[in-house]
Design a protein around this ligand. Structure first.
Ligand SMILES: *Cc1c(COP(=O)(O)O)cnc(C)c1O
Length: 221
């Protein structure tokens, strides 16, 4: 089932869009099935769970951390995580830099922007990010590579609203892309779109979709 779902999904994705298979809460056997079907990029939102799966599975997997990240947990994954999608504070960015330095790594991250109407969604504003990027403290962070922007749309049936929110993230990305900061990083990704809205996200300019339930089935919490 998982391999069929993956094959179907991949047919609908343009070549420039990277698929993150969101495997949170799913057993190792499900990830193995996706791995057998050639999926190499997995997304998780709990640090302990991602570390356990990293230990258990082949080492050519790229692990993406897609959830809200607490500073005290960065150290557990700093040795292997490929991309941290949801950096939502300067404090967190500095901690990621510190832990990456211990492993002599340059850590790829995305900045999470608040684009949804809902209060509950985490994320930065463009003003906050500009303040970070223009600070002397940021310029000293040598073990960070900001690769782009990430966001989540409001959980709603209103497609126009979802599209507007995705477009607002694309426009934030484009304005940052034009600042000098983008020349010193690999600032090129827009991570937006999940099972219910990835098609709208791609139309609005997404380069990375984070899809879970359409591949692995619905989750039981
Ligand atoms: C769970 C999750 C997803 C995937 O959600 P689905 O609706 O199952 O595709 C994507 N992004 C984030 C941040 C998530 O937590």
């Amino acid at each position: 089932m998982i391999s069929e779902n993956l094959a179907q999904l991949k047919q609908t994705l343009p070549e420039h869009v990277t698929l993150i298979a969101v495997s949170k809460t799913k057993p190792i056997s499900d990830l193995e099935e996706a791995y057998q079907a050639n999926q190499r990029i997995f997304g998780e939102n709990k640090v302990q769970e991602m570390c356990d799966k990293y230990e258990a599975l082949p080492k050519d997997i790229e692990w993406h951390f897609i959830g809200h990240l607490q500073t005290n947990k960065v150290k557990y994954m700093a040795g292997f995580v490929h991309l941290i999608h949801a950096v939502d504070s300067f404090k967190l960015l500095k901690e990621i830099n510190k832990q990456a330095a211990k492993h002599k790594r340059v850590q790829n991250v995305l900045l999470q922007f608040h684009i949804a109407e809902e209060e509950s969604k985490f994320g930065l504003s463009l003003d906050e990010v500009n303040n970070i990027l223009n600070s002397d403290e940021y310029k000293k962070l040598e073990n960070i590579n900001i690769c782009g922007a990430m966001g989540m749309a409001t959980f709603t049936e209103n497609k126009q609203q979802i599209t507007n929110e995705f477009k607002s993230l694309a426009s934030i990305f484009n304005s940052l892309k034009q600042t000098p900061f983008a020349d010193s990083t690999d600032f090129k990704e827009i991570s937006m779109g999940m099972s219910g809205d990835y098609k709208l996200a791609i139309e609005a300019g997404s380069t990375m979709v984070r899809v879970g339930s359409s591949i692995f089935g619905s989750r039981n919490y």
